[in-house]
Write a protein that binds this ligand. Sequence first.
Ligand code: F3S
Length: 284
Amino acid sequence: MDVILAEHAGFCFGVTRAVDEVYKQIDKASGKKIYTYGPIIHNETVVSDLEKKGVRVVESPEDLKTIGDGILIIRSHGIRKEIHEKIKDMGIEYVDATCPFVKRIHNIVEKESAEGKTIIVVGSATHPEVDGIVSYVSGPVYVIETLEEAEKIQFPEGTELYIVSQTTFNQNKFQEIVEKFSNSRYNVNVVNTICSATEERQTEAEDIAARVDAMIVIGGAHSSNSRKLYEICSKKCANTYFIQTLDDLHLELPKAVKLVGITAGASTPKNIIEEVQNYVRTIF
Ligand code: F3S
Protein backbone atom coordinates (compact mmCIF):
# COMPACT_ATOMS: atom_id res chain seq x y z
CA MET A 1 0.00 0.00 0.00
CA ASP A 2 1.39 3.37 -0.96
CA VAL A 3 0.63 6.37 1.18
CA ILE A 4 0.71 10.05 0.34
CA LEU A 5 0.98 12.19 3.44
CA ALA A 6 0.02 15.83 2.99
CA GLU A 7 2.90 18.21 3.68
CA HIS A 8 0.54 20.75 5.23
CA ALA A 9 -1.21 18.22 7.49
CA GLY A 10 -1.69 19.19 11.12
CA PHE A 11 -0.51 22.17 13.14
CA CYS A 12 0.13 25.44 11.36
CA PHE A 13 3.15 27.58 12.24
CA GLY A 14 1.30 29.62 14.89
CA VAL A 15 -0.16 26.62 16.73
CA THR A 16 3.16 24.71 16.63
CA ARG A 17 4.86 27.73 18.15
CA ALA A 18 2.28 28.04 20.96
CA VAL A 19 2.20 24.32 21.82
CA ASP A 20 6.02 24.09 21.73
CA GLU A 21 6.15 27.07 24.07
CA VAL A 22 4.01 25.25 26.66
CA TYR A 23 6.26 22.14 26.56
CA LYS A 24 9.36 24.37 26.73
CA GLN A 25 7.98 26.13 29.81
CA ILE A 26 7.14 22.78 31.46
CA ASP A 27 10.75 21.71 30.96
CA LYS A 28 12.27 24.82 32.47
CA ALA A 29 9.53 25.76 34.98
CA SER A 30 11.56 24.66 37.99
CA GLY A 31 8.52 23.98 40.12
CA LYS A 32 6.43 26.89 38.84
CA LYS A 33 2.90 26.11 37.73
CA ILE A 34 2.06 26.62 34.06
CA TYR A 35 -1.26 28.09 32.93
CA THR A 36 -2.71 28.74 29.48
CA TYR A 37 -5.34 31.38 28.78
CA GLY A 38 -8.03 29.15 27.30
CA PRO A 39 -7.10 25.67 26.01
CA ILE A 40 -3.87 26.00 24.01
CA ILE A 41 -5.49 24.07 21.18
CA HIS A 42 -8.82 22.36 20.50
CA ASN A 43 -7.48 18.86 20.74
CA GLU A 44 -8.46 16.63 23.66
CA THR A 45 -5.35 14.45 23.46
CA VAL A 46 -2.95 17.38 23.69
CA VAL A 47 -4.95 19.19 26.39
CA SER A 48 -5.22 16.09 28.60
CA ASP A 49 -1.50 15.33 28.14
CA LEU A 50 -0.74 18.86 29.31
CA GLU A 51 -3.15 18.49 32.19
CA LYS A 52 -1.29 15.37 33.32
CA LYS A 53 1.88 17.43 33.27
CA GLY A 54 0.22 19.93 35.62
CA VAL A 55 -0.81 22.61 33.10
CA ARG A 56 -4.00 24.43 34.12
CA VAL A 57 -6.39 26.40 31.94
CA VAL A 58 -7.45 29.90 32.96
CA GLU A 59 -10.90 30.62 31.56
CA SER A 60 -11.64 34.21 32.58
CA PRO A 61 -10.00 37.43 33.83
CA GLU A 62 -11.23 36.57 37.37
CA ASP A 63 -9.20 33.33 37.27
CA LEU A 64 -5.99 35.36 36.84
CA LYS A 65 -5.89 35.73 40.63
CA THR A 66 -5.23 32.00 40.96
CA ILE A 67 -1.94 32.17 39.02
CA GLY A 68 0.22 33.61 41.79
CA ASP A 69 3.87 33.06 40.84
CA GLY A 70 3.00 30.65 38.00
CA ILE A 71 3.66 31.30 34.31
CA LEU A 72 0.82 32.10 31.92
CA ILE A 73 0.96 31.33 28.20
CA ILE A 74 -1.25 33.25 25.77
CA ARG A 75 -2.41 31.00 22.94
CA SER A 76 -2.08 31.64 19.20
CA HIS A 77 -5.56 33.24 18.81
CA GLY A 78 -4.49 36.05 21.12
CA ILE A 79 -6.62 37.65 23.84
CA ARG A 80 -8.49 40.91 24.45
CA LYS A 81 -6.36 44.00 24.94
CA GLU A 82 -7.73 44.79 28.41
CA ILE A 83 -7.00 41.24 29.59
CA HIS A 84 -3.44 41.56 28.31
CA GLU A 85 -3.15 44.83 30.24
CA LYS A 86 -4.56 43.26 33.36
CA ILE A 87 -1.98 40.46 33.17
CA LYS A 88 0.79 43.06 32.97
CA ASP A 89 -0.70 45.20 35.76
CA MET A 90 -0.94 42.17 38.05
CA GLY A 91 2.74 41.45 37.42
CA ILE A 92 2.00 37.94 36.19
CA GLU A 93 4.92 36.24 34.46
CA TYR A 94 3.68 35.41 30.95
CA VAL A 95 4.70 34.31 27.47
CA ASP A 96 2.78 35.83 24.59
CA ALA A 97 2.40 33.06 21.98
CA THR A 98 -0.15 35.05 19.95
CA CYS A 99 0.52 34.15 16.32
CA PRO A 100 2.44 37.03 14.66
CA PHE A 101 -0.17 37.04 11.87
CA VAL A 102 -2.91 37.72 14.45
CA LYS A 103 -0.74 40.28 16.24
CA ARG A 104 -0.35 42.10 12.92
CA ILE A 105 -4.15 42.49 12.71
CA HIS A 106 -4.25 43.88 16.28
CA ASN A 107 -1.66 46.48 15.26
CA ILE A 108 -3.46 47.40 12.03
CA VAL A 109 -6.90 47.93 13.59
CA GLU A 110 -5.45 49.78 16.57
CA LYS A 111 -3.61 52.24 14.31
CA GLU A 112 -6.35 52.70 11.70
CA SER A 113 -9.16 53.14 14.22
CA ALA A 114 -7.05 55.69 16.14
CA GLU A 115 -6.83 57.60 12.83
CA GLY A 116 -10.63 57.69 12.65
CA LYS A 117 -11.45 54.84 10.28
CA THR A 118 -14.44 52.56 10.77
CA ILE A 119 -13.17 49.01 11.11
CA ILE A 120 -14.87 46.01 9.57
CA VAL A 121 -13.66 42.59 10.69
CA VAL A 122 -14.84 39.87 8.34
CA GLY A 123 -15.24 36.79 10.51
CA SER A 124 -17.25 35.11 13.21
CA ALA A 125 -18.10 37.41 16.15
CA THR A 126 -18.05 34.50 18.60
CA HIS A 127 -14.55 33.32 17.67
CA PRO A 128 -11.91 34.21 20.32
CA GLU A 129 -9.54 35.53 17.65
CA VAL A 130 -12.16 38.03 16.43
CA ASP A 131 -13.07 38.95 19.99
CA GLY A 132 -9.41 39.80 20.55
CA ILE A 133 -9.10 41.82 17.31
CA VAL A 134 -12.21 43.89 18.07
CA SER A 135 -10.82 44.84 21.50
CA TYR A 136 -7.93 46.70 19.82
CA VAL A 137 -10.33 49.06 18.01
CA SER A 138 -10.90 52.44 19.64
CA GLY A 139 -13.71 53.69 17.34
CA PRO A 140 -16.61 52.14 15.43
CA VAL A 141 -16.21 48.45 14.59
CA TYR A 142 -18.45 45.90 12.86
CA VAL A 143 -18.01 42.14 12.60
CA ILE A 144 -19.51 40.73 9.43
CA GLU A 145 -19.71 37.05 8.62
CA THR A 146 -22.07 36.87 5.63
CA LEU A 147 -22.91 38.80 2.49
CA GLU A 148 -26.47 39.24 3.82
CA GLU A 149 -25.10 40.98 6.92
CA ALA A 150 -22.95 43.22 4.70
CA GLU A 151 -25.97 44.13 2.59
CA LYS A 152 -27.92 45.28 5.63
CA ILE A 153 -25.29 47.76 6.83
CA GLN A 154 -25.37 51.36 5.61
CA PHE A 155 -22.82 54.10 6.33
CA PRO A 156 -22.92 57.79 5.40
CA GLU A 157 -21.44 58.49 1.96
CA GLY A 158 -17.65 58.87 2.02
CA THR A 159 -17.18 56.93 5.29
CA GLU A 160 -13.59 55.72 5.60
CA LEU A 161 -13.82 51.95 5.99
CA TYR A 162 -10.90 49.70 6.85
CA ILE A 163 -11.58 46.02 6.22
CA VAL A 164 -9.56 43.12 7.68
CA SER A 165 -10.35 39.44 8.07
CA GLN A 166 -10.21 36.67 10.65
CA THR A 167 -7.12 34.64 9.70
CA THR A 168 -9.06 31.45 8.96
CA PHE A 169 -11.91 33.01 6.98
CA ASN A 170 -12.89 31.66 3.57
CA GLN A 171 -11.12 33.53 0.76
CA ASN A 172 -14.08 33.63 -1.67
CA LYS A 173 -16.57 34.78 0.94
CA PHE A 174 -14.14 37.51 2.01
CA GLN A 175 -13.85 38.76 -1.59
CA GLU A 176 -17.65 38.84 -1.97
CA ILE A 177 -18.04 40.94 1.18
CA VAL A 178 -15.20 43.26 0.17
CA GLU A 179 -16.78 43.76 -3.26
CA LYS A 180 -20.09 44.64 -1.68
CA PHE A 181 -18.45 47.54 0.16
CA SER A 182 -16.20 48.50 -2.75
CA ASN A 183 -19.23 48.90 -5.02
CA SER A 184 -20.70 51.52 -2.75
CA ARG A 185 -19.81 55.15 -2.22
CA TYR A 186 -17.49 54.64 0.73
CA ASN A 187 -13.78 55.18 0.93
CA VAL A 188 -12.65 51.56 1.27
CA ASN A 189 -9.25 50.28 2.41
CA VAL A 190 -8.70 46.53 2.50
CA VAL A 191 -5.97 44.37 3.96
CA ASN A 192 -6.48 40.70 3.28
CA THR A 193 -5.31 39.16 6.56
CA ILE A 194 -6.40 35.60 5.77
CA CYS A 195 -3.56 33.24 6.65
CA SER A 196 -2.38 31.04 3.80
CA ALA A 197 -1.99 27.97 6.11
CA THR A 198 -5.67 27.01 5.86
CA GLU A 199 -5.89 27.51 2.14
CA GLU A 200 -2.68 25.59 1.47
CA ARG A 201 -3.92 22.70 3.61
CA GLN A 202 -7.25 22.58 1.77
CA THR A 203 -5.81 22.90 -1.74
CA GLU A 204 -3.26 20.17 -1.08
CA ALA A 205 -5.89 17.84 0.49
CA GLU A 206 -8.18 18.30 -2.51
CA ASP A 207 -5.33 17.57 -4.89
CA ILE A 208 -4.30 14.38 -3.01
CA ALA A 209 -7.91 13.17 -2.65
CA ALA A 210 -8.32 13.43 -6.42
CA ARG A 211 -5.34 11.09 -6.98
CA VAL A 212 -5.84 8.37 -4.34
CA ASP A 213 -8.16 5.35 -3.94
CA ALA A 214 -8.90 6.15 -0.27
CA MET A 215 -8.39 9.26 1.82
CA ILE A 216 -8.06 9.61 5.61
CA VAL A 217 -8.76 12.92 7.30
CA ILE A 218 -7.60 13.15 10.93
CA GLY A 219 -9.13 15.83 13.12
CA GLY A 220 -11.07 16.70 16.25
CA ALA A 221 -14.82 16.01 16.25
CA HIS A 222 -15.49 19.69 17.00
CA SER A 223 -12.83 21.10 14.71
CA SER A 224 -14.55 23.00 11.91
CA ASN A 225 -11.44 23.16 9.74
CA SER A 226 -11.09 19.34 9.94
CA ARG A 227 -14.72 18.82 8.94
CA LYS A 228 -14.19 21.23 6.05
CA LEU A 229 -11.21 19.11 4.95
CA TYR A 230 -13.40 16.01 5.09
CA GLU A 231 -16.05 17.74 2.96
CA ILE A 232 -13.48 18.82 0.36
CA CYS A 233 -11.88 15.35 0.18
CA SER A 234 -15.23 13.51 0.01
CA LYS A 235 -16.10 15.41 -3.15
CA LYS A 236 -12.95 14.08 -4.85
CA CYS A 237 -12.71 10.62 -3.30
CA ALA A 238 -15.71 8.43 -2.39
CA ASN A 239 -13.62 6.39 0.12
CA THR A 240 -12.91 9.26 2.49
CA TYR A 241 -12.71 8.53 6.25
CA PHE A 242 -12.84 11.01 9.12
CA ILE A 243 -11.09 9.89 12.31
CA GLN A 244 -9.91 11.50 15.57
CA THR A 245 -7.21 9.01 16.48
CA LEU A 246 -5.88 5.69 15.23
CA ASP A 247 -8.48 3.89 17.41
CA ASP A 248 -11.27 5.15 15.12
CA LEU A 249 -9.70 3.65 12.05
CA HIS A 250 -11.52 0.48 11.04
CA LEU A 251 -10.71 0.27 7.41
CA GLU A 252 -12.36 -2.26 5.22
CA LEU A 253 -11.05 -1.13 1.94
CA PRO A 254 -11.95 -2.61 -1.40
CA LYS A 255 -9.16 -4.83 -2.84
CA ALA A 256 -8.58 -2.33 -5.63
CA VAL A 257 -7.28 0.26 -3.18
CA LYS A 258 -3.57 0.76 -3.83
CA LEU A 259 -2.94 4.34 -2.86
CA VAL A 260 -4.09 6.01 0.38
CA GLY A 261 -3.90 9.74 1.11
CA ILE A 262 -3.64 11.22 4.61
CA THR A 263 -4.26 14.76 5.76
CA ALA A 264 -5.09 16.33 9.13
CA GLY A 265 -6.78 19.40 10.55
CA ALA A 266 -4.91 22.26 12.19
CA SER A 267 -5.33 20.88 15.71
CA THR A 268 -3.96 17.39 15.04
CA PRO A 269 -0.57 16.67 16.65
CA LYS A 270 2.25 15.19 14.62
CA ASN A 271 2.44 11.95 16.66
CA ILE A 272 -1.18 11.04 15.81
CA ILE A 273 -0.54 11.67 12.11
CA GLU A 274 2.59 9.48 12.28
CA GLU A 275 0.76 6.68 14.11
CA VAL A 276 -1.96 6.59 11.47
CA GLN A 277 0.58 6.73 8.68
CA ASN A 278 2.68 3.88 10.11
CA TYR A 279 -0.39 1.77 10.70
CA VAL A 280 -1.73 2.24 7.16
CA ARG A 281 1.69 1.42 5.69
CA THR A 282 1.99 -1.81 7.68
CA ILE A 283 -1.49 -3.31 7.54
CA PHE A 284 -1.90 -3.49 3.82
FE1 F3S B 1 -2.03 29.36 12.25
FE2 F3S B 1 -1.25 31.80 12.73
FE3 F3S B 1 -2.23 31.14 10.41
S1 F3S B 1 -2.25 30.43 14.15
S2 F3S B 1 -3.69 29.54 10.81
S3 F3S B 1 -0.32 30.42 11.25
S4 F3S B 1 -2.69 32.95 11.55
